[in-house]
Design a protein around this ligand. Sequence first.
Ligand SMILES: C[S@@+](CC[C@H](N)C(=O)[O-])C[C@H]1O[C@@H](n2cnc3c(N)ncnc32)[C@H](O)[C@@H]1O
Length: 250
Amino acid sequence: MSGTVYLVGAGPGAADLLTLRAARLLGEAGIVLHDALVPAEILALAPGAEKVPVGKRSGRHSTVQRFINKRLADAAREHAVVVRLKGGDPMLFGRAQEEIRYLVSRGIRVEVVPGVTAALAAAAQAGVSLTERGVARSVAFVTPRVGEGAAPSSWLDAARAADTVAIYMGAGDAPAIARALIGAGRSPSLPVVLVENASQAGSRTIAGTLAELPALAAQLNGGAATILLGEVFSAAVVAKRQPRRRPQAR
Ligand SMILES: C[S@@+](CC[C@H](N)C(=O)[O-])C[C@H]1O[C@@H](n2cnc3c(N)ncnc32)[C@H](O)[C@@H]1O
C-alpha cells in the first residue's frame, strides 16, 4: 500500500469554515494526525479514522517533528488516505515544508488542501479589510518565533515595510514586539487590533495603539491570538475607545 498524505488546513476553528474538499477527505481518511488546536467538531467529520494528536501549543508539550514525519510515512503504508490536519492553512507557519520534503524524498504522494489562515479570520472577526485603497496596499504575515537552533527571524524588516502587519505567535511577547517595532520607527500611535480565538465562540477583539500593545495583550484569556497592526484599523480603535451610548429612555 502506498497511500496519499493530504496536508489539510482545518481553518481557524469554526467547523463551517472548512473547505468542502477537506470535509470530503476527512470522511475518506483511514487515519488523521492532527494539531492540538483542531476542535472536536472537525475531527467528528472523520468517523472511520484513527485520530492521532501530534500537534503542539506554544509553551506546552511538543511532539518532535521527526516523529510526526515518520508516523506520516508509516501511515501511508497502511492507509490509502492519510490526513495531516493543521490549524489555519498548512502553508503558513505550519511546518508543512518539512513534512512535504520528508514524504516526497520517500516517494510518497503529498497533496495540500488550503485552509483559512488566522490573519484572514481575524480580519473578518474585526470587520476590517487588511487592504484599503489609499491606505494599505501591502500586507506582511510575520512571526518573531523561530525554532530551536534556527536563525533569527527577519520579521522586523517586513513589519517595518508593510502597510498592514499580521503577527502570528506573538501575543506572549507583546512587550518585546512593541519595543522592537517602535525602535524600528513605527509610530507608537499606530492602530493595533488583537483577535483571540477568531471564528470561535468566545472570540475577543481588543483595540488600541502600538504603545499600548503590552497592556492590550495582558487582557487576553490565553487563547490563540493574532496581532494586527496598521492604519486600516484606525476606525476600529476609535470605536473601541468611544463609551457605549445608553439607549434613550422614552
Ligand atoms: C503555529 S501558528 C499556525 C498558523 C496556522 N497555520 C494558520 O494558518 O493560521 C499558530 C498561531 O496562529 C494564530 N491563530 C491560530 N488560530 C487562531 C485563531 N482562531 N484566532 C486568532 N489567532 C489564531 C495565533 O497567532 C497562533 O499563535
